[in-house]
Write a new protein. Structure first.
Length: 138
């Protein structure tokens, strides 16, 4: 098996990579991206990222298209499948996370990630024997 550590980045963390108004968090995410060997995001993360950047930051479509091309060239992109959805429902039921957070967790597990970076979930929560949630800003 590959010795590369796989990590997953939640939408809220990714947004700070493109944020000018949160300089400290922007620097933390930039360092995190440089340090990690293999970063995974899902199609859900891309869609949520686009939605937030359009609605809350009024980023033009052309800029978002460029950013999405950049993200998909740098990171591994995981597709949300029917199996991902089924696993997310089970996670939501068992761990009491929201459905959308559970979908992120399910994607991280499916991609054999050891760390899920998220600002919104329970910091240092061991979701499984293999996956821990960490808040990079804690």
């Amino acid at each position: 098996m590959n010795d590369e550590k796989m990590i997953f980045i939640d939408t809220n963390v990714l947004i700070y990579a493109y944020s000018n108004d949160e300089v400290e968090k922007n620097e933390i995410v930039a360092n995190l991206i440089v340090q990690e060997q293999k970063i995974v995001i899902s199609t859900q993360v891309i869609n949520e990222f686009i939605n937030v950047m359009r609605k809350k930051r009024a980023v033009p479509i052309e800029d978002l298209q460029r950013v999405v091309r950049e993200l998909t060239s740098i990171f591994t992109v995981s597709l949300v499948t029917v199996e991902t959805i089924d696993q997310a429902l089970t996670i939501s039921k068992n761990l009491k996370y929201s459905y959308f957070d559970s979908l992120i967790i399910a994607s991280a597990i499916e991609n054999s990630c050891s760390v899920l970076y998220s600002e919104d979930m329970h910091h240092k929560h061991m979701v499984s024997k293999e996956l821990i949630i960490l808040n990079p800003f804690a």
